[in-house]
Ligand binder design. Structure first.
Ligand code: NAP
Length: 321
């Protein structure tokens, strides 16, 4: 099969297409999936560069998100059959390939309304957004949520989940196209995170009451400015961060507010399975609809790794094996 392989950590050019053997089921609880679409996430680039805290043995095939058709199941697998349309989480072998191996627990049905490309944008983006909004921030209907960086895969998932839960949403985007997408998604207040007056606009939108929940996609740039925006008892959830930042702890004391964070890799498996169960009705009825911004052939993985870190997000990035 064709697969992207990384032999040495480094720049996007280390992503090479190779012919390797199709992985074989090695235990009764494993499932082999023919990958029809692989989701690309920013973390794939951090791992590839060798700078991430958790690194795989090399050579390896990148990719945690994927959707496809079940090609084979181990003898103890009951809830999945060959031919089922599925999406998966935490594959044993990476998803930037024509086939990937999974433990059956990490395979979920892909609703018929969703394409494989959309299915490849469920597990990491929606699980992260759900974990941040509901398990970490305990967001309640009617509260104001600021999705600071709403145009990316996680931000758009958060927008849809926040709508479902009856939250009032302020979403930021860095480009005209991104902000138009947020308007189309029904975000109540759409702002530009590069506007020097962004903070004033956020406070004005809440009529000075402040924000209850902030989902932060770039904490090293924004965390210090986020804290004074919070209402009493407000919660900031750090999702994305690419450096260090100075904060004034007094801003936390004044409002008895909280800074917390998500790390999906550390989220307990039972919590992630529970989140998929909670996502399922919305994925089936179309309330939760992954937005595919870019679809590229597998061989263009290196180009996609360059592009995903550039400004101008509009949803999910997908590779087709
Ligand atoms: P993405 O699709 O590349 O989106 C990046 C987002 O950050 C875009 O909305 C972008 O907006 C926004 N952004 C850029 N500059 C910003 C600024 N100054 N202030 C606020 N937002 C800004 O990435 P993603 O998949 O949504 O993930 C978002 C971040 O969360 C990434 O850093 C990713 O590594 C991280 N993440 C963490 C976890 C976890 O477990 N903690 C899980 C998944 C993702 P524009 O492009 O419109 O400017």
């Amino acid at each position: 099969m064709k697969a992207i392989r990384v032999t040495q950590f480094g720049g996007p050019e280390v992503l090479e297409v190779q012919d390797i053997d199709v992985p074989q089921i090695q235990s009764a609880t494993q499932v082999l999936v023919e990958i029809r679409a692989a989701g690309v996430n920013p973390v794939d680039t951090y791992i590839r560069s060798g700078t991430y805290a958790r690194l795989p043995q090399r050579p390896y095939t990148p990719g945690s998100d994927g959707a496809g058709v079940v090609a084979a199941v181990g003898e103890a697998v009951r809830h999945i059959q060959v031919g089922d349309r599925v999406y998966g989480g935490w594959p044993i072998t990476g998803t930037y390939a024509q086939f990937a191996l999974y433990e059956a627990d990490w395979i979920y049905p892909l609703p018929s309304k969703l394409s494989f490309e959309q299915g490849a944008g469920i597990f990491i983006p929606y699980s992260t957004a759900h974990r941040a909004l509901f398990e970490k921030a305990q967001a309640q209907p009617g509260e104001w949520v600021l999705i600071h960086g709403a145009t990316g895969a996680v931000g758009l998932a958060a927008v849809q989940l926040a709508h479902q839960a009856g939250l009032r949403i302020i979403g930021t985007g860095g480009t005209e196209a991104g902000r138009a997408l947020l308007q189309a998604q029904g975000v109540e207040v759409v702002l530009n995170h590069h506007d020097p007056d962004c903070v004033a606009h956020i406070l004005a939108a809440t009529e000075g009451r402040g924000i209850n929940v902030i989902l932060e996609m770039l904490a090293n740039v924004n965390l210090g400015k986020d804290l004074p925006l919070l209402a009493f008892g407000g919660r900031v959830v750090v999702i994305g961060n690419r450096g260090t930042v100075e904060i004034n702890p007094r801003d936390l004391m004044a409002k008895e507010s909280t800074i917390t964070a998500v790390n999906l890799f550390s989220t307990p498996p039972e919590t992630l399975h529970h989140i998929q169960a909670q996502l399922s009705p919305g994925l089936r009825d179309g309330t939760l609809l992954p937005i595919v911004a870019h679809t590229s052939p597998l061989a263009e993985a290196a180009t996609v790794h360059r592009q995903i870190l550039e400004p101008g997000a509009l949803g999910n990035w997908v590779l087709i094996p």
